[in-house]
Ligand binder design. Structure first.
Ligand SMILES: [Cu+2]
Length: 203
């Protein structure tokens, strides 16, 4: 009975849908600002790798449910605070589905990222979007240990744009198995909405 109750609470905790964070700007041009952190760092929540989203009032929210308009260009800025773990498939080093087929990393336009330098990928499979996120060097000074991280801490800045089409609910997630400690790295944060997995709500 005790075990069943604990299992029930753990499962319901993982099933909670975080609040929707809306893009800024107006259709057909909007902006999303995200950060990727190595550890969320707030007990009693699990200390997983996670995304956070910046809401229109500038506050960082622990949410991966993102609201964007249909038939629009969405420009995404991701502040990436985690160190590199490398992609398990070198093809993921190429940004796909972005406007111009490129991304900008720390202000430089790139068509491919050395797969060894990546930390995560931002991917929306239904829209054909996949963007590698450059990691912070292992020996970087002033690394961030708990969310939300600040721009004074070691990070890389990745920007890219993609286009939305018809309204709908689209799944997005990291596709680098980044769940250390889970079988083949595919559990935990990678399949938990609010952590490395989320929804793009296109209205
Ligand atoms: Cu990842």
């Amino acid at each position: 009975m005790g075990v069943a109750l604990i299992a029930y609470y753990v499962v319901s905790y993982l099933m909670i849908t975080p609040p929707l964070t809306a893009a800024t700007g107006t259709k057909p041009r909007v902006h999303l600002t995200l950060q990727t952190v190595a550890s969320y760092g707030h007990a009693p929540h699990v200390d997983w790798v996670s995304y956070l989203a910046r809401n229109p009032s500038g506050k960082w929210v622990h949410s991966t449910v993102l609201g964007v308009p249909s038939y629009s260009t969405v420009t995404v800025t991701i502040y990436q605070f985690d160190t590199a773990t490398g992609l398990r498939n070198p093809f993921w080093g190429q940004p796909r589905g972005t406007v111009g087929g490129t991304m900008s990393v720390n202000g430089k336009t790139l068509q491919v990222l050395d797969p060894d330098l990546a930390s995560h990928t931002f991917a929306i499979p239904d829209l054909g979007v996949s963007v590698p996120l450059k990691g912070v060097a292992d020996d970087a000074k002033n690394q961030c240990s708990a969310a939300p991280c600040t721009l004074g801490q070691a990070h890389t800045t990745v920007t890219f744009s993609f286009k939305t089409g018809k309204p709908g609910k689209y799944r997005w997630q990291c596709f680098v198995p980044c769940a250390a400690g889970f079988p083949l790295g595919f559990g935990g944060p990678m399949q938990s909405v609010g952590w490395m997995d989320g929804y793009l709500m296109v209205k």
